[in-house]
Design a binder for this molecule. Sequence first.
Ligand code: NAD
Length: 496
Amino acid sequence: MKVIGHYINGEIRQDSTRTQDVYNPATGGISKQVALASKTMTEEAIAAAEAAYPAWRNTPPNKRAQVMFKYRTLLQENSDKICALIGEEHGKISHDAAGELQRGIENVEYACGIAELLKGEHSRNVGPGIDSWSEFQALGVVAGITPFNFPAMVPLWMYPLAIACGNCFILKPSEKDPSVSLLLAELLSEAGLPDGVMNVINGDIEAVNTLLEDERVKAVSFVGSTNIASQIYAKASANGKRCQALGGAKNHAVVMPDADIDNAVNLLLGASFGSSGERCMALPVVLAVGDKAGDLLVEKMQAAMQPLKTGVYTDSNNDFGPVITKEHQQNVFAHINSAEQQGAKIVVDGRDVKVADHENGYFVGATLIDNVTPDMSSYQQEIFGPVLQVVRVNSMQEGMDLIDAHEYGNGTCIFTRDGEAARYFSDHIKIGMVGINTPLPVPVAYHSFGGWKRSLFGDLAAYGPDGVRFYTKRKTVTQRWPSAGVREGVQFAFPS
Ligand code: NAD
């Protein structure tokens, strides 16, 4: 069986001492194995990155950008191949995989402007004959640890910008869908990136701990579940590394009594069930304001869900695919069971869905649960499945209090026709990314992505302007060139 290796110094490296099965979630069968990097193999990647750093750091930004321009073209040319790999290992339907890749490519486009982004700040005559400037220098070797749910996009949030800034990169992708990263790295070499600047280490906690403990690694970007994110942040910080660790989510939509319910239902369908709900910006909770809006929403949502189709990634008529593993499928079922046992009403039940010829695939049908209350575990925890829960509230403020009280603070949205209410909501809500009549407010590549509360540990969000700051450190230089023959006087007072 094929063993997926690593990509170090421009070469695929095999290392099959420890391996893990990789499944095709649509069939439930083992399709490949992935090598789990040892400490020694991970250190080899760090050494390759460190060796490549001096030359890459000194490569002019516009030359680094040329690699990114070429890379963008190669990603577009290879999109079918990339999307097929995403489908095979993640289960995402081809149209959804194409959307993910496109959002990833937009980060490469942003990185193409690196010469402009690194221009720095200059002040002339800050004192007599003195000029001062701030520049943004690369950090050195930096690492990214990524989740299963966006095997192309989340890595693309990180390494194009980090590399364009002059760093060398080590990516540790999810062991559940590891192949895409290797292809992405190979294409970067084809675009002209020198060997060692981009490396991929497949693996588990052993590789992650090596990256967190090695002092040659200067910064770590992490995206994954909150418990792991908080551990990674604590460990990386304790080891003196810069760290941004993005965690889980439980995004709520508020549906106001004046909302265009038909529009809200259409938009919620994709936001709640797209990619089987396995998105950190998915919308698994609706707060319906008032019984009338709640009843109408549930009735229309129930009807709109009837034609939804879950199935295999190769058929683009399907709306969404399976969840990632058998264990995760059982976990989603357990959440639906517990909501039912705790008194919620299952309006549309996705527990019995069957996909022809794929009886062992990890499918969960779209599920709608009404009368969910905040004390239920299905409300409190991230389900990460195609399950939409409706909580009835009496006012926007009651809904906002619930959102603010939740441990996660990634995204939220409000559906309303009232501009004043929308403005109040976006101004006061304690959430990092807010949508108004738009359910998936994922920032474009030239803004930055990050939640609040336990959805992001660290000060700087991912990609965009924050990404440039994260992958560089500021240096401020103050310079005086006295005219020939001019002697400076001795001065003991603090220079002012
Ligand atoms: P995960 O936390 O299980 O894994 C993420 C990464 O951490 C993987 O590379 C994995 O190998 C590694 N890892 C797992 N356990 C580890 C451990 N004990 N020590 C060190 N490393 C470990 O997350 P996942 O299941 O792959 O992804 C789903 C989660 O990611 C969800 O919670 C989702 O909300 C979150 N997510 C968040 C964002 C965001 O931007 N906030 C984006 C995508 C996904």
